[in-house]
Design a protein around this ligand. Structure first.
Ligand SMILES: [Zn+2]
Length: 465
């Protein structure tokens, strides 16, 4: 894209910014990039990531970024991109910032508004990817462009990673995240800041309650349980049956609780959340944080879908497939069991434990794919300070805590290759407004701009400037 087209784009974006908002040129540009990014249907199968990368590259080149500081990492229909801002002190290890460009698909016919158009309504930006994770892509872009414009040379090298397949390619050996982690610009980075998780929570009254920094992720692993049987005609039932065998196995898994676990990070998190949670729920969280051996507290949390994942490995049956005809005895029955494994526990230990729980040698328990386990990144005081300083500019009183993610983000790939990673988006939302992957995904307008400022602040502080 030429600079004159960029200028026209900026002018148009400026016209759509509400008059009451005080927007500088950087905010106007951030919004313009955001609007453009939402229009690319960057979900798997639509092949739109390369076009979006071409657009981003055009904006960067117009902003003065040299082409030899931009690298592209193709993978099938998608592509990752790296942008390097060389530092003055080459002896110091680089710092990595990361966002992903792909989205979970949204079907326009299911949405109230067009998911591939940025729509501002009553204080929110709507559109697929507004929160997951195109706001993060904009934050990275804006930070690079502002550094370039201000002629700031960071003390240490900053590398900005734009992942092309986070939603679908995390466990693929040649996925763009793994390519990024192995790239010479990134390899040996001292640490990474991920924009795809971490953030603030507003209470129902809109006041900030807590700010959470993701410092670890559970391992996502899926297992398949298979019962087999010689089968036969259903008019001649035999005493053993693949469906009955599998049903018993699945029931045993449903009744089993993995042992309670904790580490410094999860105790800090549950204690901090307990402090701001009222009633018996808050009480259980505080007691567990003070003493993870408190069986009654652990039992109370067991029944709490929001927090059970922070206290142990969890496994749950998610799919069943059995039989081949209504008048035949089943020859095969399979169940899919999805687990979120506590950091420090190996995938194979969980597979073996499931086998023991099932306690039926006729049932085979198999790991699906090649799950990646990642270590905990304990929150370093200098990182915590840099994040807190930025957050408290906007929310002076808010408490900060690390947390263990139950989902899965690029952070687990970086951590698994030895790059400690903390996710901090700078974005505050109400938990019941979290529609990532779902219908009517949105982000509060103020939180979008706060997130952009946050990454810029943190990049400057951590670069040593
Ligand atoms: Zn995401």
């Amino acid at each position: 894209m030429t600079s004159s087209r960029l200028a026209i784009g900026l002018a148009m974006a400026a016209m759509t910014v509400p008059a009451q908002a005080q927007q500088g040129p950087d905010q106007v540009q951030a919004r313009q990039i955001f609007a453009k990014l939402i229009e690319y249907r960057t979900s798997e199968g639509h092949g739109q990531v390369p076009a979006m990368v071409d657009y981003l590259e055009g904006v960067l080149r117009d902003g003065g970024v040299a082409s030899d500081n931009i690298a592209k990492l193709p993978k099938g229909e998608t592509v990752g991109m790296l942008v390097r801002v060389p530092g003055a002190d080459l002896a110091r290890k680089p710092v990595l910032f990361s966002a992903h460009m792909d989205v979970v698909d949204a079907r326009p016919e299911d949405w109230k508004r067009d998911p591939y158009k940025l729509i501002e309504e009553e204080g929110y930006f709507y559109g697929r990817g507004t929160i997951d994770n195109k706001a993060g892509v904009v934050a990275l872009m804006s930070t690079i462009l502002r550094l370039q414009k201000a002629g700031v040379k960071p003390r240490r090298t900053l590398v900005f990673a734009f992942v092309g397949d986070e939603e679908t390619g995390l466990d693929e050996a040649d996925g763009t995240t793994r390519q990024i982690a192995a790239h010479p610009w990134v390899k040996g980075s001292e640490f990474a800041i991920n924009t795809d998780a971490g953030g603030g929570i507003f209470g129902p009254d809109g006041k900030p309650i807590i700010y959470l920094v993701q410092g670890a992720e559970k391992t996502y692993a899926t297992f398949e349980l298979t019962a087999t049987n010689p089968g036969g005609h259903s008019s001649r039932p035999r005493p053993d049956n693949a469906i009955y065998d599998l049903a018993k196995a699945v029931t045993r898994i449903g009744e089993y609780r993995f042992p309670v676990m904790s580490n410094d990070l999860t105790r800090a998190y549950l204690g901090a959340v307990g402090k701001v949670t009222p009633g018996p729920e808050g009480d259980a969280l505080r007691r567990f944080a003070a003493n993870p051996q408190d069986g009654a507290a652990a039992d109370a949390i067991w029944g709490d879908a929001e927090f059970v994942g922070t206290t142990r490995t969890t496994c749950v049956a998610t799919m069943l497939n059995a039989g081949h005809a209504e008048n035949a005895l089943p020859q095969k029955a399979t169940a899919t069991v999805n687990c979120r494994i506590f950091p420090g526990v190996s995938v194979d230990d969980v597979r073996q434990q499931l086998g023991k729980v099932v306690a039926d040698p006729k049932i085979e328990v198999k790991t699906v794919g090649a799950p990646v386990a990642s270590p905990v990144s304990e929150l370093r005081p200098d990182i915590e300070r840099a994040i807190a300083q930025s957050i408290r500019k906007r929310y002076p009183e808010v408490a900060l805590s690390p947390y263990l993610e139950s989902g899965g983000t690029d952070g687990l790939v970086y951590r698994s290759v030895g790059i400690p990673t903390w996710a901090s988006s700078g974005v505050f939302i109400k938990p019941d407004e979290m529609f990532a992957h779902g219908l009517d995904e949105r982000i509060p307008v103020k939180s979008f701009y706060d997130g952009v400022e946050h990454i810029h602040d943190v990049a400057l502080t951590l670069a040593g400037n």
